[in-house]
Design a protein around this ligand. Structure first.
Ligand code: PMP
Length: 290
């Protein structure tokens, strides 16, 4: 079955799906994106993702070529045509094709690309296997709240983590405070059992998984505090984990050379892992595309 990708109004065989060399996404990283988990054929937390997309577009004064129900239809159609039950949808909007010049082009139409990929879902043993992270300086711009396709510092951070044998990088600001992961939000559980994740501001992306996990923690009676935490505090934590639409809830069992807790996923992390799995399963069952 050929993979099908949506590009500006057309459903194309994936190998023919392309944008122009003068697309502003290609030349200026002038665009935004979303990655949405697919579970049981349904989109997980679709409305939250579309709200964040609208916000990112608004901050960049970028007009969506398609939004609302027609955009939901395209995502469902891409899931259906690619027969994805479990996986993810990638969606990108850029400021379109125009001769290369910094000002917003007059009259250019923004571009929309949507594709879907199947992803093998982890069993609990694999999913709960922790990763180590390394801390690296956060060298990004000051609008990390926008889900921009400009991801070079994130790419460099991730690669340096892999080069040093770790699974991910946690980014650290000039005051020694952890902002977030290279492509995920960062969490710790203190010795007192408080769940901590950074408050929302312009230095982190407001994760959609973060929203769900906050709700699930509250339901489970876990005390949650949204505040910044330092590398030192994280290294002394009882538990640590990260969240994203592709990693879900992922235990972190070492930070740099410091083992966290007993080196395995802790109790709060395990509880939230299972709760988030159930959340995804329920979302899928509710919103199945066919
Ligand atoms: N922060 C960054 C920098 C990210 O790239 C991501 C993943 N898109 C996240 C956090 C987590 O966001 P979400 O839970 O919406 O996937």
């Amino acid at each position: 079955m050929p993979r099908i990708t949506y590009v500006n109004g057309q459903y194309l065989p994936h190998r023919e799906a392309a944008v122009h060399v003068e697309d502003r996404g290609y030349q200026f990283a002038d665009g935004v994106y979303e990655v949405i988990a697919v579970r049981g054929g349904g989109l997980v937390d679709e409305d939250h993702h579309l709200d964040r997309l609208d916000r990112s577009l608004g901050e960049l004064r970028l007009a969506a070529p398609v939004s609302g129900q027609p955009l939901k239809f395209i995502m469902r159609e891409i899931i259906r045509r690619n027969r994805v039950r479990d996986g993810k949808v990638y969606l990108q909007i850029t400021r379109g094709v125009a001769p290369r010049d910094h000002p917003f082009p007059a009259g250019a139409e923004s571009s929309l690309v949507v594709y879907a990929l199947p992803v093998r879902q982890p069993d609990p043993e694999t999913g709960l296997k922790g990763i180590s992270v390394v801390t690296v300086p956060d060298i990004r711009w000051r609008r990390c709240d926008i889900k921009s396709i400009s991801l070079l510092p994130n790419v460099l951070a991730k690669q340096s983590a892999l080069d040093s044998g770790a699974g991910d990088a946690w980014l650290v600001d000039d005051d020694g405070v952890i902002t977030e992961g290279s492509a995920a939000n960062a969490w710790i559980v203190t010795k007192d059992g408080d769940l901590i994740t950074r408050h929302l501001d312009n230095f982190i992306l407001g994760g959609i998984t973060r929203i769900a996990v906050i709700e699930l923690a509250e339901k489970a009676g876990v005390r949650l505090v949204e505040r910044a935490f330092s590398v030192e505090e994280a290294k002394q934590a009882k538990e640590a984990f990260l969240t994203s639409s592709t990693s879900y809830v992922k235990p972190v069992v070492a930070i740099d050379d410091t083992v966290i807790g007993n080196g395995e996923a802790g109790e709060v992390t395990r509880g939230l892992y299972h709760a988030y799995e159930a959340h995804m399963d329920a979302q899928g069952a509710n919103g199945a595309a066919d």
